[in-house]
Design a protein around this ligand. Sequence first.
Ligand code: IMP
Ligand code: MG
Length: 175
Amino acid sequence: MNNIQAILFDEQTIAEKVLEIADRISRDYAGKELVLVCILKGAVVFTADLMRRLTLSVTVEFVQAASYGASTSSSRTITIKKDLDIDIKGRHVLLVDTIVDTGETLERLFWKFAEREPASLQAVALLDKKSRRTIGIPIAYGGFVIPDKFVVGYGMDCGEKYRNLPYIAVINSEP
Ligand code: IMP
Ligand code: MG
């Protein structure tokens, strides 16, 4: 844990933001059934907290993307490593991610799912590195806008570690 530089958001701050986002979603989807799509692995913690704050009829699905090619180029290919278990045609679908960086992962998943003709399709992300965005993917529900620093915890990793931290911290990205 010696690479942790500073705590960016503590548990209380995260919990308050999650509740705020959940209230907006519950209001917008009132009377509808919602399919939450958790993007593995990073969104596991956020999805677990968010779903428990929603006052809606919710089902939860999981998707895992694998990306190939240069991490910042538009030639990067994203394939679905683990797909949904259900057909989302005619369903209200909300993609859940913890952090949006360039936006490419979310954008590619968004269009793959759009082809399946859901009744509606939106995205929620707790953290947004807005200055890094290369793609205009709309995030209907956003939490905190953060600077271009590498963060871990609350589901997010560095080399698969730190996902279990209950807070969000800035890490020294030097090995
Ligand atoms: P994008 O396709 O560039 O938006 O990358 C999004 C994915 O990269 C996220 O879902 C995370 O898995 C990962 N990621 C981006 N920034 C960070 C970070 O600061 N810490 C941990 N993971 C990150
Ligand atoms: Mg990662």
